[in-house]
Design a binder for this molecule. Structure first.
Ligand code: FCB
Length: 448
């Protein structure tokens, strides 16, 4: 067998999804309303007026989906738990049917030889909590989240060892409360937006402690789309500029979580007014983790600049290669992100918990989906991982986004990220060429 681009033995290969994006069954078995249910109904907020009501109907089809994963040779699967299925009001009364769904799903996975990684919060916040507390704007939400984590981990902790507390804080704080693009929506000041992010970090820290207590042999992390500025050219002074940019632009979540401190100057430069915090908060926020989960899609490079910061983002030309989202294809950003991560936090194992691209993905007449653009994206990004590992990066695994096409938030069903195509009229699944490619990558533990 060819040995080129071999990954280290034991490297984890998996794929990822999230509850609201695939489950559907929005009013079944006692599930409460979530903020995304509500947001989708605001005219003009989601392309095509799409909703997650049915999505991939995974709630009903999960057995078939697990069988499909198994047939592809998948050994690791990251999914998220819908808070409103477990606690329809967000707190208080537990809905046993919700817990049962995830127990059954996990049993199905384990029987298929697939190890679960469960994310506790991937944005589907119970609407009741939004109504009662104004969601994450209220610091009491941190405790409410920890209580929910307690319920879930008591029930699933015997079967699930790998946990992620929260997915991408930026997307339900800045995108949601400040830019009105994600649920619950809003046009708040930087101050309030940053305060919601702080509460989410606090909730993450508290939940980490709860999971640690409830789950034996737990493996716990935070998943975040951390900022990944990289040098436009590998020359001084751009190298120096990019490294500085990476450190400063990660001052809202990554650095406080790792160091227990906010670097005020960097924070204010990139995020505006500081949130209110206490010494005790910072201690909780920086509760030690077993890993950090990077969600990476793209990031423009930076260059040295004659300004206060010493760097600036490069405007990429219009013809720069891009995905169907319009996102530039920047594998070097991933390479540098992994390098910096290990340089600044040498003891922290890192997983890529999401990476992938939206493509055209139309069905050919012969019934295949020839997504060679996605294969090329995967190939270049996996080579970036390989190169970083060879140079000492602490990268231990990779979860491809996404297992299947799904509800892409504000873009509805107009963007497809899956390695399995979903026909939303029939719920028929078709493994794309990229899915076949990824099966081989996993089986041979190498990029080709
Ligand atoms: C990430 C989200 C994930 C998916 C991808 C494309 O920001 O975590 O749910 O939508 O983007």
């Amino acid at each position: 067998m060819i040995q080129e681009y071999k990954f280290p033995e034991g490297f984890i290969w998996g794929s990822a999804t999230a509850s609201y994006q695939i489950e559907g069954a929005w009013q079944e078995d006692g599930r409460g309303e979530c903020t995304w249910d509500r947001f989708c109904r605001r005219p003009g907020k989601v392309v095509g007026g799409d909703t997650g009501n049915v999505a991939c109907d995974h709630y009903h089809l999960y057995k078939d989906d697990v069988a499909l994963m198994k047939s592809m040779g998948l050994k690791h699967y990251r999914f998220s738990i819908a808070w409103p299925r477990i606690l329809p009001e967000g707190e208080g009364q537990i809905n046993q049917k919700g817990l049962d769904f995830y127990k059954n799903l996990v049993d199905e996975l384990l029987n298929a030889g697939i190890e679960p990684l469960a994310t506790l919060f991937h944005w589907d916040l119970p609407q009741a909590l939004q109504d009662k507390y104004q969601g994450w704007k209220d610091r009491r939400m941190a405790q409410v989240f920890a209580d929910y984590s307690d319920v879930v981990s008591r029930s699933l902790g015997d079967r699930v060892k790998k946990w992620a507390t929260i997915n991408e804080i930026m997307c339900f704080t800045t995108l949601a409360h400040k830019l009105d693009m994600h649920a619950p929506g809003g046009r708040e000041s930087d101050k309030i937006t940053n305060q919601t992010a702080h509460h989410a970090l606090l909730g993450h820290g508290m939940a980490t402690q709860v999971l640690r207590r409830n789950v034996q042999d737990s493996f716990i992390g935070l998943v975040d789309n951390n900022e990944a500025p990289w040098p436009v050219l590998n020359t001084e002074p751009h190298l120096r500029a990019a490294r500085k940019a990476w450190k400063e632009r990660n001052s809202q979540r990554l650095f406080p979580m790792m160091t227990g401190e906010y670097d005020e100057e960097s924070y204010v430069r990139h995020y505006g007014e500081m949130p209110e915090t206490t010494a005790e908060d910072m201690k909780i926020i920086s509760t030690p983790l077993d890993y950090f989960g990077i969600n990476f899609y793209n990031c423009p490079p930076v260059q040295a600049a004659d300004n206060e910061a010493g760097y600036e983002t490069v405007d990429l030309p219009a013809a720069y290669p891009r995905t169907a989202m319009g996102w530039p294809i920047t594998p070097d950003a991933l390479y540098w992100n992994l390098k910096y991560m290990t340089e600044f936090f040498p003891d922290l194992p890192v997983y890529i918990t999401e990476n992938g691209m939206a493509a055209d993905d139309s069905m050919s007449e012969d019934g295949t989906v020839k997504d060679y653009d996605r294969i090329e994206y995967l190939r270049t990004h996996l080579r970036a991982c390989h190169r970083a590992i060879e140079e000492g990066a602490n990268l231990k695994g990779y979860y491809l986004w996404s297992l299947m096409d799904n509800f892409e938030w504000a873009f509805g069903y107009s963007k497809r990220f899956g390695m399995i195509r979903v026909d939303y009229d029939t719920q028929k699944r078709t493994i794309k060429e990229s899915g076949k490619y990824y099966s081989r990558v996993m089986a041979e533990n190498r990029v080709f």
